[in-house]
Design a protein around this ligand. Structure first.
Ligand SMILES: *[C@@H]1O[C@H](CO)[C@@H](O)[C@H](O)[C@H]1NC(C)=O
Ligand SMILES: *[C@@H]1O[C@H](CO)[C@@H](O)[C@H](O)[C@H]1NC(C)=O
Ligand SMILES: *[C@@H]1O[C@H](CO)[C@@H](O)[C@H](O)[C@H]1NC(C)=O
Length: 159
């Protein structure tokens, strides 16, 4: 009798576990990545001489590898685990490769292991002059929309 009860308990707990939704990520420390193509990343972007088109070679140096503590705000304003290219869907003007965002986040985690999770907010646009970032401009508005979305769901340093 006891054995049967135990089995029932196990089944019930397994079920409640699978029904439980995982909490969405809310990174503790938020960094805005804005600027031009050097920020949105052209590392590993090459010209295919046959087609005449640029392509990303897909090579990920160690400092650009995903890490469970590094997130990015994607084009739909959702936190996802950060993977290269960070500006995928955000800087849509050219081909994105690897850039400074991931190495920056890795370096922080390396220097301060108890820093908490990191949320990167890619906002850069290739070839955009500073004039195009003025208050009230489409680029400024998009940056603010992304910043606001980021702090709505993150930015709380762990105690
Ligand atoms: C990136 O920055 C360097 C140094 O300022 C500059 O020479 C280069 O043209 C920039 N690259 C792009 C793709 O704008
Ligand atoms: C260049 O493009 C051609 C045609 O799509 C493809 O067959 C070739 O593998 C590409 N070369 C490189 C280096 O990616
Ligand atoms: C994530 O980064 C931390 C700090 O650099 C490191 O200790 C850890 O091994 C990394 N995890 C993975 C899965 O790379």
């Amino acid at each position: 009798m006891l054995r049967v009860l135990f089995l029932v308990f196990l089944l019930a707990s397994a079920q409640s576990g699978s029904l439980q939704k995982e909490a969405p990520p809310a990174p503790h420390n938020i960094f805005i990545l804005a600027g031009q193509s050097n920020m949105s990343a052209r590392g590993g972007v090459e010209l295919n001489a046959t087609t005449g088109f640029l392509y990303w070679d897909g090579i990920l140096p160690p400092e650009c590898q995903p890490n469970a503590s590094i997130f990015r705000l994607d084009a739909d304003l959702k936190w996802v685990q950060a993977t290269e290219p960070l500006h995928d869907g955000i800087d849509t003007t050219l081909i994105n490769g690897v850039g400074p965002g991931m190495p920056f986040a890795h370096e922080i985690l390396h220097l301060k292991p108890d820093y908490g999770t990191i949320g990167l907010v890619p906002c850069a646009l290739s070839g955009s002059s500073i004039k195009r970032w003025q208050r009230g401009s489409p680029l400024y508005d998009r940056l603010m929309r992304r910043v606001n979305a980021a702090v709505e769901s993150g930015g709380l340093t762990p105690r």
